[in-house]
Design a protein around this ligand. Sequence first.
Ligand code: NAP
Length: 289
Amino acid sequence: MTKIAFIGLGVMGFPMAGHLAAAGHDVTVYNRTAAKAEAWVAKHGGAAASTPRAAAAEAQMVFTCVGNDDDLRGVVLGDDGAFAGMGQGTMLIDHTTASAEVARELAAMGTGQGVAFIDAPVSGGQAGAENGALTVMCGGERDSFEHARPVIDAFARAVTLMGPVGAGQLTKMVNQICIAGLLQGLAEGMNFGQRAGLDMEKVIDVIGKGAAQSWQMDNRATTMCEGKFEFGFAVDWMRKDLGICLAEANNNGARLPITALVDQLYGQVQARGGQRWDTSSLMQLLIKD
Ligand SMILES: NC(=O)c1ccc[n+]([C@@H]2O[C@H](COP(=O)([O-])OP(=O)(O)OC[C@H]3O[C@@H](n4cnc5c(N)ncnc54)[C@H](OP(=O)(O)O)[C@@H]3O)[C@@H](O)[C@H]2O)c1
């Protein structure tokens, strides 16, 4: 049993922390909106703290899962931040999808006080978090990773060390870059088929068994054709992630012409009120008025 603090009980963090408690760990939670922390304790036991620092004070491992780089700095740094409560030999594991830069920044600060850092963004969405079946991409020192892995296993189906600090976030960027272009292709294909008067259920069934098959086709093509976009990862989050990818590409010289275009298209979806629609809503831009 490990003494754990979990900071950030959103769509992802709430069930992830729940799996840690169910695995027998001693979990103290913190959430900015206290009602969610109270709801979590009512469901899973454990304790709620009033600041990240207080949650982290006794913890051997501190988990974070908040929105973006600044949110992460907000819960880790400063007088009430997690680092202020953490002692020598403890570890911070961050599941936020954030930049590689903030991962390196926090890792360097942690080293100064004997705190190890692992960037550990996840893939698998809300369902993956609820079912304890996330894919976790980690960056950090191997010893720290080996120590954390059995604990992370509570909510994961795969936990992989990708390289030094930042490598987890860089891997997640590859994931998002691959998804962005694919979704636009899928939207164009589905819209083309509809305008051609094809039976799209049949089309999806047939081409879904061939080279066009993808997770997005299996899980989103039918709902896209129905104009339904309420199935998970939101456009606002995707734009945040693509912004991180485009900034990183500026650093490493990669060219991301399609990713940049799709980012702009998501901007149009947002302008139509689709901030919380799921990422397959690129289709909405192609539908006849
Ligand atoms: N949802 C998905 O399908 C999915 C999939 C893969 C990765 N991710 C990534 O996982 C992370 C969390 O996503 P989510 O869907 O769980 O988001 P969410 O439901 O919006 O939850 C965000 C959490 O962060 C907290 N938070 C945000 N800003 C904060 C701040 N400045 N100070 C303190 N707490 C703050 C929120 O507290 P409040 O409750 O007070 O707002 C909430 O607990 C994001 O980086 C996202 O990109 C999400």
